[in-house]
Design a protein around this ligand. Structure first.
Ligand code: NAD
Length: 356
C-alpha cells in the first residue's frame, strides 16, 4: 500500500552501516531535532507521534511539515496501539529506537495524572513489548529526566545519586521507566540506554516551558511570575541547548550495542546504561529573565513569589563526566547564545506562522 511505501521510504538508509531508527515523539521538540540530524547524516528515520493537544497542535504540525520536507514521515499513532507497532516493525527492520514520546511537564500532572500513566508507563511497556518481539531486536535509547533526582539536594547530580524521592508524578513515571528498562534488559536481553535530560531549550521549543512563555509574556507586556525558594536559596536550572542534547542522543545511539535477545547470557549481557545530559552550568531563573530582557529589548514586569509545592524542584545541576567518557558528550552552547537563537526563531515563527 502507499502507507507502507511511505514508511519504507522514510526508513531507507544511505548505506548498510547507517542506522534505521524509529523515533517516537518525532513531532515533539526534541524528536524533531533528533530526526532531522539523523536524516541529515544518512540514517533511515521513521517518526511516530499521536499529536496530543498538551500544547499548541499547530506547532506540532509545523514541525511535521519541516520533517516532511526533509524526507521524514511521521506516522500519526499512539504508543499504546500494539497492532500498529507490530506493523511498523514488520515493514522495517529497525536497528534502533529513539524513544522521545512522553507526557512531559511537571505541573500538568496535578490535573491530568492519567495521561502520565498512559504515555510514560503503559506506552513505554507497550513499546518495549514490540521491541522484544521484533526481529532483529532494536537497541533502545530513551529520554528519562533530571527530575528523577527529586528532593536530592546534593549537587551536582551524578548517576549514582539517589533517585527515590520524586517530587512529581512526572518524575515518578520517569523513574518507573528506568526500572522497567532494567526488567526488559534482564529478561529479554534488550539493550537500553536512558538519558536524563536537563531543561532543554531552543528553536521549535515547548510553549509550556518558562523560557518560552516568559518570552511571549514579556513581549506582550504581561506580568511574569518568578518563583523564589522560601528558604532563601536560589531557584536555578541547568539549561541545556537543544543541539547539545541532539549530539548526546546521537552519541548514545552510536555507542549502543546490539540487543542480545532472550537467553542473552550466552552472548554476554546486553547493555543497560543511564546518563545525565546537562550543561554543568546552572543559571538562576531571575538571570534567565535578565538575558531575555536584553535580547528582546523589553523590560519585564516581574513578580516574585515563594515557590509553591507543585512538583518543581529548586535546583538542578548535572555532572556529565560519564556521558563525556562514554558518549563523547560535551555541551558547547551557553544560555545566552542559545536563547539568542531561540528568540530569533520565535520572532520569525510567530510573525509568519500561517505560512508554516
Ligand atoms: P514534547 O512534548 O515536545 O514531545 C513529546 C511528543 O510525544 C509530543 O509531540 C507528543 O505528541 C508525543 N506523544 C506523547 N504521548 C504519546 C503517545 N502516547 N503516543 C505517541 N506519541 C506521544 O516534549 P520534548 O520536550 O520534546 O521531550 C522529549 C522527551 O524528553 C520526553 O520524554 C520528555 O519527558 C523528555 N524530557 C524533556 C525535557 C525538556 O526540557 N524538554 C527534560 C527532561 C526530559
Amino acid at each position: 500500500s502507499s502507507w507502507e511505501k511511505r514508511v519504507a521510504k522514510s526508513a531507507r538508509r544511505s548505506s548498510p552501516s547507517s542506522l534505521a531508527v524509529l523515533v517516537t515523539g518525532a513531532s515533539g521538540f526534541v524528536g524533531t531535532h533528533v530526526s532531522l540530524a539523523l536524516k541529515r547524516r544518512g540514517d533511515g528515520v521513521l517518526g511516530l507521534d499521536n499529536f496530543n493537544r498538551y500544547y499548541d497542535p499547530s506547532l506540532k504540525r509545523a514541525r511535521q511539515r519541516l520533517l516532511d520536507r526533509a524526507g521524514v514521515f511521521v506516522v500519526d499513532g499512539d504508543l499504546n496501539d500494539a497492532p500498529l507497532l507490530r506493523k511498523l516493525f514488520d515493514v522495517v527492520p529497525f536497528t534502533h529506537v529513539m524513544h522521545l514520546a512522553a507526557q512531559a511537564g511537571v505541573r500538568y500532572a496535578m490535573q491530568n495524572p492519567g495521561s502520565y500513566v498512559h504515555s510514560n508507563i503503559a506506552g513505554f511497556v507497550n513499546l518495549l513489548e514490540a521491541c522484544k518481539s521484533a526481529n532483529p531486536q532494536p537497541s533502545v535509547v530513551w529520554a528519562s529526566s533530571s527530575s528523577v533526582y527529586g528532593l536530592n539536594s546534593k549537587v551536582p547530580f551524578s548517576e549514582k545519586d539517589r533517585t527515590d524521592q520524586p517530587a512529581s508524578l512526572y518524575a515518578a513515571t520517569k523513574k518507573a521507566g528506568e526500572e522497567i528498562a532494567h526488567s526488559y534488559n534482564h529478561i529479554y536481553g534488550l539493550s537500553i540506554t536512558g538519558l536524563r535530560f536537563f531543561t532543554v531549550f531552543g528553536p521549535w521549543g515547548r510553549p509550556d516551558m518558562a523560557y518560552f512563555f516568559f518570552t511571549k509574556d514579556i513581549l506582550k507586556g504581561k506580568q511574569i511570575t518568578i518563583f523564589e525558594s522560601p528558604d532563601g536559596g536560589t531557584v536555578a536550572r541547568d539549561f541545556t541547548y537543544i543541539d547539545d542534547i541532539v549530539k548526546g542522543c546521537l552519541g548514545a545511539l552510536d555507542t549502543s550495542k546490539k540487543s542480545t535477545g532472550s537467553g542473552g547470557k550466552k552472548k554476554g549481557p546486553a547493555q543497560l546504561r543511564v546518563y545525565n545530559l546537562g550543561n554543568t552550568s546552572p543559571v538562576p531563573v531571575s538571570e534567565l529573565v535578565t538575558i531575555l530582557e536584553k535580547l528582546l529589548k523589553v523590560k519585564a514586569k516581574r513578580k516574585v513569589l515563594p515557590m509553591p509545592t507543585n512538583g518543581d524542584v529548586k535546583f538542578t545541576h548535572a555532572n556529565i563526566s560519564l556521558a563525556h567518557r562514554d558518549l563523547g558528550y560535551r555541551p558547547t552552547t551557553d544560555l545566552e547564545t542559545g536563547l539568542r537563537k531561540f528568540v530569533k526563531w520565535y520572532l520569525e515563527f510567530y510573525s509568519k506562522k500561517s505560512s508554516w
